[in-house]
Design a protein around this ligand. Structure first.
Ligand SMILES: *Cc1c(COP(=O)(O)O)cnc(C)c1O
Length: 420
């Protein structure tokens, strides 16, 4: 994504952000469509370069919509969904059901029935009870992976750690429940055991934990004589929010991961499996920004300055939830000096903060625009109607095109389901 000031005004790929907000309003999510496509292509080229049998599934939860799904299909991506709603969105976009796999630690009976009826390609079974439930509901053979828990602690926020022993996700390889679930899958009527899946956590910046997981998993596979056709290593590849973050090095990292896989397969004499990965954040996060309009600017002399914007935790929950940090740019390159400022939302919570101690122009005032970077993943998808805020509009831009992909919610839609 290239953000540049042209005539003192911030532009994304040549499009004036102020111009976009005049047309689509604020808050506005703006995606660089080429950046989305480019990330998909980078993943493909790593695996293609190694001549591997592989698939890249995008984790819908990072950001999904009909146009996003269409773009993903054009980029030869597969899709990971975790709810009836994510599945419905994908199918409405015409995405082939056979290229979708269904995750979730508590899939409901209704969701399983819906996914079976739609002919979903693969279920990732996450619990002992799900083996029996899925087997009972299926009236023809279904391919399944088992979500295993390799017991790896990764150095990331505890809310987004998932592969450690004490977790609601997956079945442990250490305590034997993973093996037991696989035995049950083998003895079921309709379930075809295809392999295993694990997901270590999110925002991981180096390949270390992935290499470690491979060692643990291959040792376990060889000690249990479990045959896997598919090995799904999950997602979690880190992105840059601020200069403190280290991006997961896609090319170098995967070349080391694949090298490790090859040597482990040799060492344990295990047939090389079909490799799946599920990046979400690393496809979408850095391709998106949010543009807000500034309203009240409140100076508390000698204490701090609050710059309020016309959105907040209803479209940006990661700061309140994880204390996540962001970079904020002014859309109009102001003159004069910058001062320390807190950028806050308009919702009724003190925790409704976008960023603290950011440097913003002293003369920032009502009507100015600011852009918050790296909001393409886990922002729109985590948006809520708290305070009856309307979900923002989303636009995709390329060099020579701008298209609205999600319209702003209307006031009327807020009471659509209300009984009157
Ligand atoms: C969240 C999740 C992903 C994607 O994680 P990112 O950090 O967005 O890459 C992939 N697989 C599973 C099972 C997940 O829960």
């Amino acid at each position: 994504m290239t953000l540049t000031y042209i005539n003192d005004e911030l532009h994304l790929n040549g499009h004036s952000l102020r111009g976009l907000t005049e047309q689509y309003g604020t808050p506005l999510f703006v995606y660089d469509e080429d950046a989305l496509r480019n990330q998909c292509r980078r993943y493909h080229s790593v695996f293609e370069g190694e001549s591997l049998d592989y698939s890249i599934s995008y984790a819908s939860k990072a950001f999904t919509s009909i146009q996003m799904v269409k773009l993903l299909e054009e980029e030869d991506m597969k899709l990971d969904v975790v709810s009836a709603g994510e599945l419905y969105t994908a199918l409405e976009a015409g995405f082939p059901a056979s290229h979708i796999h269904f995750h979730g630690n508590n899939k409901t009976t209704e969701e399983i029935e819906y996914a079976l009826e739609m002919g979903i390609g693969l279920f990732v079974v996450d619990a002992m009870d799900e083996v029996a439930l899925l087997d009972r509901l299926a009236d023809q053979p279904v391919d399944v992976l088992l979500r295993i828990n390799p017991g790896i602690d990764v150095n990331t926020h505890s809310y987004i750690q998932t592969g450690q022993e004490d977790s609601k996700f997956g079945l442990s390889i250490q305590n034997g429940t993973a093996q037991e679930a696989i035995d049950r899958i083998h003895s079921s009527n309709q379930l075809n055991f295809k392999g295993v899946h694990y997901h270590l956590g999110s925002q991981i910046s180096e390949e270390g934990p992935f290499l470690k997981a491979l060692e643990v998993v291959f040792e376990w596979l060889s000690s249990t004589s479990i045959d896997v056709e598919i090995l799904n290593m999950g997602g979690g590849y880190g992105v840059r929010y601020t200069e403190e973050d280290v991006r997961f090095p896609i090319e170098e990292g995967f070349s080391r991961i694949i090298g490790k896989l090859k040597s482990l397969a040799d060492e344990y004499d295990i047939a090389f499996p079909h490799i799946m990965i599920e990046p979400g954040r690393s496809i979408a996060a850095e391709a998106g920004i949010t543009v807000y309009e500034v309203g009240v600017v409140k100076d508390i002399p000698g204490v701090s300055r609050y710059v309020s914007i016309d959105g907040g935790m209803s479209d940006h929950i990661r700061t309140p939830l994880y204390d996540a940090k962001y970079e904020v740019l002014t859309v109009d390159a102001g003159e004069g000096k910058n001062i320390d400022s807190h950028v806050v939302g308009k919702l009724c919570e003190s925790g409704d903060v976008i960023g603290k101690n950011l440097s913003l122009p002293e003369n920032i005032r009502r009507g100015d625009l600011i852009a918050v970077g790296t909001t393409g993943a886990y922002h729109y998808s985590m948006a809520s109607n708290y305070n009856q805020m309307r979900k923002p509009a989303v636009v995709f831009v390329t060099e020579d095109n701008v298209r609205e992909v999600i319209r702003r919610q209307s006031l009327k839609q807020l009471v659509e389901n209300d009984v009157i």
